[in-house]
Design a protein around this ligand. Structure first.
Ligand code: C2E
Ligand code: MG
Ligand code: MG
Length: 663
């Protein structure tokens, strides 16, 4: 990921505050300057007014002096006095407010070297006041007026003019200076704004953009592998569909799940697991980018060890194409991965991957539905033994939905203890007495009543709940067996059926021993019936359980013997205690061919030192034949159907000749 220029937010905040303070300072300075300029302007205007008025007043005083002499009217004296007073006070105001030392105006007013305006004004007003003390028209008054005229016209007027010009020049200069200062302040403010843009706003903008980009990346990507996440994957797949709306068949989604990843995490640790995920991610990305026939591809990690891929291919057979690239991906992922562990040791490890894929045309462009389909196909790949790629077919969904339904129903039934053991008596063909019972599963369905195993055993096997069901039946069988005994009826031996799945549980023997002991039933009293088919697989862990059962003293009978394809070699090797002839063979016992098979079976059992049982005995003839070939124990409708423990106890009491009383 590209690194963005970043500034420490604290530093940025300091810059913000300083920049703002400077800006406020300059704005306030500008405002202050504006006020000062205004005030100065008003003062200058006032000074120009007053100094201009002095010129006019000097002429008025001169005129009134002449009027005073020409016309001895007292009014002129008063007017003259008033004008002189105004002239004097205006002069005082100007000298104290507008004449600044060190300026040309100041030397004009107060020059020490030559005549100055201050003295001239004082002389003028003094003369005007003297005139008023003389008799109007007298020689003194006329002389004073002539002198006044000389001062006024020769010197004062031009000096006042000069003063006005000087004031004007000073005001202009000040105004121009202030204007320059104002321009400088505005320029400085603009420079500050520019600097703030450069040093604050631009870096802040870049920092923010960087942060937004990072957040966006985090929101759309998986941090560990750098691949896009699910949300982004869906978005990109949507755009893919928008780009090729008429080629849905060529848009494919693949669901991938690693096989054996958990072991790596468990044995080599999570850091190693992370490295493996990163390696797988880049393998998938590189492989898909390099493959021909793909015009656009998106790879994402959607959790733990799950990946999703969507792509558009220009292949004319997209299904076959996907199968081919799926296989290529499996091969690529299976290559050993070098992982460097904490101790800096490099170690090779390998994972597999199962793949399921679906075409967008199968869901009419619906992405989530297509991903669900790919998931179902992936589930099938896993079920099929991993490292497989499977194309989704609608039948798979129906199957899975059915499985889910059955699973739910069976789970509820197991939780509600709806499975019970029924018992079918096993008869000693030599004495005619009950030698034992076989526990057979029945479902006490809340709606359907008693349901036989044909309707649920296969389903329970299919959805992998058969071991739980076996457990429930065996436990119930022991409970009922013990209850009958406490009611005074001993049922002899107890045969229980165990599925391959239950037998593959390495704890099966231990658990059975404990349950038997908890019900005061010895292992010699218990026989576990296993299906012949189990013996087919050489490395099946159930063979070990069978061995353990024999060692613990339990009887082990091969059930349904003669209809499966058991390996006779293994029958001998396992040292089973009994062989139970299947009911199909019994039903045909009267035919001469079957008679030969039965005799051979009997000879084999004898050779193996195993007892011979026969099930499915429905008639006296069946019983006779079985007894004649050496069958020891018979079971079948000839005597009784499977029934509840209570019914069985009643049956035994009625058919008392078969009853084995508790000693
Ligand atoms: P199985 O173990 O061979 O049980 C004997 C079956 O033969 C029983 O059927 C029984 O009712 C039936 N049967 C008994 N006598 C006669 C007869 O004279 N004629 C005929 N035609 N049939 C007879 P069920 O109870 O329907 O059980 C069927 C199979 O279901 C059992 O065959 C066994 O393989 C399986 N099963 C029953 N309970 C369990 C269980 O708890 N666990 C497991 N894993 N499988 C069970
Ligand atoms: Mg059985
Ligand atoms: Mg059987």
């Amino acid at each position: 990921m590209r690194r963005h220029h970043r500034i420490d937010p604290a530093k940025l905040a300091i810059r913000y505050v300083l920049g703002l303070a400077l800006l406020v300072l300059f704005v306030m300075g500008g405002h202050g300057l504006h006020i000062i300029t205004g005030k100065q302007g008003a003062l200058d205007e006032e000074v120009l007014n007053v100094s201009g008025r002095q010129r006019m007043l000097s002429q008025r005083i001169l005129l009134l002096a002449h009027k005073y002499n020409d016309d001895s009217d007292a009014r002129y004296e008063a007017l003259l006095s008033e004008s002189v007073e105004i002239f004097t006070s205006s002069h005082d105001w100007i000298t104290s407010n507008a004449v600044v030392p060190g300026t040309a105006v100041h030397s004009h007013y107060f020059s020490t070297t030559g005549a100055n305006l201050d003295q001239r004004s004082l002389e003028f007003t003094k003369l005007a006041n003297e005139l008023r003390s003389f008799e109007p028209g007298s020689a003194l008054a006329l002389s004073a007026a002539a002198k006044l005229e000389e001062i006024a016209l020769v010197n004062l007027l031009s000096e006042l003019n000069t003063a006005v010009a000087l004031f004007e020049a000073a005001a202009n200069k000040r105004a121009s200076t202030l204007e320059h200062i104002q321009i400088a302040v505005v320029a400085a403010t603009l420079v500050i704004i520019a600097l703030e843009v450069l040093l604050i706003f631009y870096p802040a903008h870049r920092t923010m953009t960087g942060m937004i980009n990072r957040l966006r990346h985090q929101a759309w990507h998986d941090q560990l592998t750098g691949l896009i996440n699910r949300a982004e994957f869906v978005e990109r797949t949507k755009s893919l569909i928008d780009r090729y709306p008429d080629e849905l068949e060529n848009i494919i989604v693949l669901g991938l799940d690693l096989d054996g990843f958990k072991q790596i995490n468990d044995t080599m640790g999570h850091p190693a697991g992370d490295l493996v995920l990163q390696s797988v991610a880049s393998t998938l990305r590189d492989e898909l980018n390099e493959m021909g026939g793909i015009s656009e591809v998106h790879v994402s990690r959607v959790g733990g060890d799950e990946f999703l891929v969507s792509l558009h291919t220009d292949s004319t057979r997209p299904g076959a194409f996907a199968l081919r690239i799926g296989q290529q991906l499996i091969d690529a992922v299976e290559q050993p991965i070098a992982v460097t562990t904490d101790e800096r040791k490099s170690q090779d490890c390998s994972v597999g991957v199962s793949i399921g894929f679906a075409l967008l045309s199968q869901t009419n462009g619906e992405i989530e539905a297509a991903l669900g389909n790919a998931d179902i196909a992936l589930y099938k790949s896993k079920q099929g033994g991993k490292g497989i790629v499977t194309l989704f077919e609608p039948e798979m969904r129906r199957q899975i939905e059915r499985e889910h339904r059955i699973k739910h129903e069976l789970r509820t039934a197991i939780r509600g203890l709806e499975f019970r053991a029924f018992f079918q008596p096993q008869i000693d063909l030599n004495t005619g007495r009950v030698a034992g019972v076989e526990a057979l599963a029945r479902w006490k369905h809340p709606g359907k009543g008693i349901v036989g195993p044909a309707d649920f055993i296969e389903m329970a096997e299919e959805v992998k709940l058969i071991d739980a069901l076996d457990g429930q039946i065996i436990l119930n069988a022991f409970q009922e067996f013990k209850r009958c005994r406490s009611n005074g009826i001993d049922l002899g031996t107890l045969s229980v059926n165990a599925s391959g799945m239950a037998l593959r549980d390495p704890e099966f023997c231990e658990v059975l021993s404990k349950v038997a002991a908890a019900h005061d039933i010895g292992s010699q009293q218990v026989t576990v019936e296993v299906l012949e088919n189990i013996l087919l697989k050489e490395d099946d862990p159930s063979l070990e359980t069978i061995r353990k059962l024999s060692q613990a003293g339990f009887g082990v009978a091969i059930d349904d013997f003669g209809v499966g394809f058991s390996s006779l070699a293994r029958v001998g090797y396992l040292n089973v205690s009994a062989i139970k002839i299947d009911r199909l063979l019994t039903s045909e016992a009267e035919s001469s061919n079957m008679s030969k098979v039965l005799h051979a079976t009997a000879a084999m059992a004898k050779g193996l030192n195993a007892r011979l049982f026969a099930e499915g005995i429905e008639t006296a003839s069946h019983m006779q034949i079985m007894r004649s070939i050496g069958v020891e124990i018979g079971q079948g409708f000839f005597w009784a159907h499977p029934m509840s423990a209570d019914d069985l106890c009643e049956w035994i009491k009625e058919e008392h000749r078969y009853c084995l009383k508790v000693v």
